[in-house]
Design a protein around this ligand. Structure first.
Ligand code: GLU
Length: 430
C-alpha cells in the first residue's frame, strides 16, 4: 500500500477529487483548522490497486483493475462502498473515500472512510462472470479488509448479492474458527445471509427523511410537490417510493439509457416494475414520453434528487435549474462551480454527506447486530435511523444558521471538527 499527497498532483478541474478537496479547504479555512491536522486529513492513509484475472463464460481470461482507498480511520474502522463502473479509478476512489470520512464523522459513527471498486461496465458481463470477478477481487483484497479493519458495502452497480459473494469468499479463506464470527466484514448483505432488515431502503429512506426535515423547517407541505430523480437504482427508487407516499409527485426520471417525463405524474411502483422487466432501464415506459437528457435538470419541478454519479450538476446546467431544493442522493453530484450558481439563485442543497448518510447508518446497524448476535425488526431499524438522521439534520441546520454558511459547509465544519478533536486529544505517535 502507498500513501500519496493528494495536493501535490494538479487535479483535473471539476473531477470529483478536485471537488471534495475544495469543499474540505473551504470549511477548513472557516474553522481555521489546525495546520498539522489539515496536512493529515488532506491525504489518504492507504491506497491499494489490484490487478486480478477472472474466467469468462467462454473460457477466456480477462484481467481487471480494482481499488480500495482508505482515507482515515481515526474514529474507527474504515467504512465505505465498492462500485463497479467504467469511471472507477484511483482519483475517484480517493474522492469517494474522503467523502465517507466526512459522512461517518458527521453521523457520529465509530468509523473512518474508505471506498473502492472495479473499473468495469457490469452490463457487459453475465451474472456468473460478475460472481467470479467479485470473488477474485475479494481474494485480491485479502486481509486489507476485515470486520474491525475495513468494511465494504454496496455502491453504484453493486448490491446485496455482491456483498454475499464477498462474505462467502472472505469466510472461505479464513480458518474455521473465524468463519462464523466475521459476518460483519461487509454490510448490505441479504437478510438471509446476515444482513439487516431495512438496509436495502436505508439510503433512499434517508434521502426522503432529510427532504421531510427540510420541508418541516421551511414550512413547506410536500403534498403535490413535483420531484425529478436522476438514477432509478436503489437510492433513487426508494427515495421516490417514500416521497410518493407523502403525496409528492414524480414527474421525470433519468437513467443511464435516457430520460422520461410526464408532468401529470409517473407512478413510482409501476415504473419500478417496468424497469425490472426491462433489464433495469426506464426507457419506453408507457406512462411517459422521452425527453432530451440535456433538458432534464431544467424541467419545471420543486425538488431534484440526483441519485446517480458524481459531477452531474455543473456550471453548464445549473443556470437552468428551476427547482428550489436539491437533495443529493448520489455522492458528489454537484460540482463547486454549479454550487456557487445555485446558492446565488437561492436554491438549497441538502449535501450528500448528510442526505445519503442513511445508507451508512443502516450499515452501522447491521454491523452492530452481527457483532452482538442480535436481530432487530424493520420497525426498530427505521426508528433508529430516523432518530440519528434527525439529530444530524438539526446539527447541520443549527451550524448553518449560527455560522451563516450553506448546509454543505456546515456539514463539513461538524465533520472536520470531530476529527480535529480526536487528533488534538490523541496527539501524534511517537
Ligand atoms: N455506498 C454507500 C455510501 O456511499 C454506503 C456505504 C456503507 O454503507 O458503508 O454511503
Amino acid at each position: 500500500m502507498t500513501t500519496r499527497i493528494l495536493k501535490k498532483k494538479k487535479l483535473p478541474k471539476q473531477g470529483m477529487l478536485d471537488n471534495v478537496m475544495r469543499q474540505f479547504d473551504h470549511a477548513a479555512d472557516i474553522i481555521d483548522l489546525n495546520p498539522n491536522i489539515r496536512k493529515i486529513l488532506e491525504v489518504t492513509n492507504n491506497e491499494l490497486v489490484v490487478h486480478f484475472p477472472a474466467r469468462m463464460d467462454d473460457g477466456a481470461v480477462e484481467v481487471f483493475t480494482g481499488y480500495r482507498v482508505q482515507h482515515n480511520n481515526s474514529l474507527g474502522p474504515y467504512k465505505g462502498g465498492l462500485r463497479y463502473h467504467p469511471t472507477v479509478d484511483i482519483d475517484a476512489a480517493r474522492a469517494l473515500a474522503m467523502w465517507m470520512t466526512w459522512k461517518t464523522a458527521l453521523a457520529g459513527l465509530p468509523y473512518g472512510g474508505a471506498k473502492g471498486g472495479i473499473q468495469l461496465d457490469p452490463t457487459k458481463y453475465s451474472n456468473s462472470e460478475l460472481e467470479r470477478i467479485t470473488r477474485r477481487f475479494t481474494y485480491a483484497l485479502g486481509d486489507n479488509i476485515g470486520p474491525e479493519l475495513d468494511i465494504p458495502a454496496p455502491d453504484v452497480n453493486t448490491n446485496a448479492q455482491t456483498m454475499a459473494w464477498i462474505l462467502d469468499t472472505y469466510m472461505s479463506t479464513k480458518s474455521p474458527a473465524e468463519r462464523s464470527t466475521n459476518l460483519h466484514v461487509v454490510t448490505g448483505k441479504p437478510v438471509g445471509a446476515g444482513g439487516s432488515e431495512g438496509r436495502d431502503r436505508a439510503t433512499g429512506y434517508g434521502v426522503f427523511l432529510t427532504i421531510k426535515f427540510w420541508a418541516e423547517n421551511k414550512k413547506v407541505d410536500l403534498k403535490d410537490k413535483k420531484f425529478i430523480v436522476q438514477g432509478f437504482g436503489n437510492v433513487g427508487y426508494w427515495a421516490a417510493h417514500f416521497l410518493e407516499k407523502e403525496g409528492a409527485v414524480l414527474t421525470a426520471v433519468q437513467d443511464a439509457y435516457g430520460s422520461i417525463a410526464n408532468a401529470n405524474g409517473i407512478s413510482v411502483e409501476t415504473l419500478f416494475e417496468y424497469s425490472v422487466a426491462n433489464k433495469g432501464s426506464i426507457l419506453g415506459f408507457s406512462g411517459s414520453h422521452t425527453i432530451d437528457n440535456a433538458d432534464f435538470f431544467g424541467l419545471d419541478c420543486d425538488i431534484i434528487i440526483p441519485a446517480a454519479l458524481g459531477n452531474q450538476i455543473t456550471a453548464e446546467n445549473a443556470q437552468r435549474i428551476r427547482a428550489y431544493l436539491i437533495a443529493e442522493g448520489a455522492n458528489g453530484p454537484t460540482d463547486v462551480e454549479a454550487e456557487e450558481i445555485l446558492l446565488k439563485k437561492g436554491i438549497d442543497i441538502i449535501p450528500d454527506i448528510l442526505c445519503n448518510s442513511g445508507g451508512v447508518i443502516g450499515s452501522y446497524f447491521e454491523w452492530l447486530q452481527n457483532r452482538n448476535g442480535e436481530i432487530w425488526t424493520l420497525e426498530e431499524v427505521m426508528q433508529k435511523l430516523e432518530k440519528k438522521l434527525r439529530e444530524s439534520f438539526i446539527r447541520v441546520s443549527e451550524t448553518s444558521e449560527n455560522r451563516k454558511v450553506d448546509m454543505r459547509t456546515a456539514a463539513f465544519i461538524i465533520a472536520i471538527g470531530r476529527l480535529e478533536e480526536t487528533y488534538v486529544q490523541r496527539g501524534i505517535f511517537p
